[in-house]
Design a protein around this ligand. Structure first.
Ligand SMILES: CC(C)(COP(=O)(O)OP(=O)(O)OC[C@H]1O[C@@H](n2cnc3c(N)ncnc32)[C@H](O)[C@@H]1OP(=O)(O)O)[C@@H](O)C(=O)NCCC(=O)NCCS
Length: 166
């Protein structure tokens, strides 16, 4: 059985290992550590099977003009042997709800549109929003609270830790 729960003290090494194994380099794993150290890992969830952490998703604040901050979803990873059974989808759904409950009104992601559309993400360009990384159609936005999406606000900025990462 898979449990989705907030990250707890003591999970950091396991979270690092999930990202280090999931991506070609350790950049994403380090990014999570840096966001956490900076106090910008606003929502951080793990997926657990037994007492093993098999997945993680992090959310950090993003800004657009003078609008109230939203969240950027990144990174997300699930251990290879546990993929394609909806664990990432569970992490994302629970994570987005936690962000909404924490007072964030909108969320962005840089990723595969065919995957993220199922959570309600739409091309950010349709709402007059752009990203710093040339994401094009991969840059998507989701309104979490009615009226909170900062349509037309232009450039969305991720946390500074992403600058070193990109
Ligand atoms: C991307 C990633 C997080 C997805 O994790 P996951 O737990 O396998 O994701 P899900 O199971 O929710 O969905 C993945 C696919 O499996 C499918 N799927 C979900 N449940 C399924 C099931 N029970 N049976 C068969 N397929 C299923 C989904 O439809 C989806 O496929 P699609 O995109 O072709 O429609 C994982 O592959 C990963 O860690 N990759 C490396 C890191 C990475 O690239 N992260 C994303 C960028 S931040």
């Amino acid at each position: 059985m898979v449990t989705i729960r907030p990250e707890r003290p003591g999970d950091a090494a396991a979270v690092y290992a999930v990202h280090a194994a999931g991506f070609p380099t350790q950049a994403e794993a380090r990014l999570v550590d840096q966001l956490r150290a900076a106090g910008r890992l606003s929502v951080s969830l793990v997926a657990e099977v037994g007492d093993e952490v098999v997945g993680h998703v992090g959310f950090s604040p993003v800004t657009a003009g003078t609008a109230a901050p939203g969240v950027g979803m990144a990174p997300a990873a699930v251990s290879a042997e546990y993929r394609r059974r909806g664990i990432a989808a569970d992490l994302i759904r629970v994570g987005l709800e936690a962000c909404r409950a924490a007072g964030f009104g909108w969320a962005v992601v840089l990723g595969e549109p065919g995957y993220y559309a199922r959570f309600g993400f739409r091309p950010a360009a349709d709402f007059g929003l752009s990203d710093e990384y040339g994401g094009g159609p991969a840059f998507q936005v989701l309104e979490l609270t009615p009226g909170a999406l900062p349509a037309g606000a232009g450039l969305v900025r991720y946390a500074p830790e992403f600058a070193a990462f990109a």
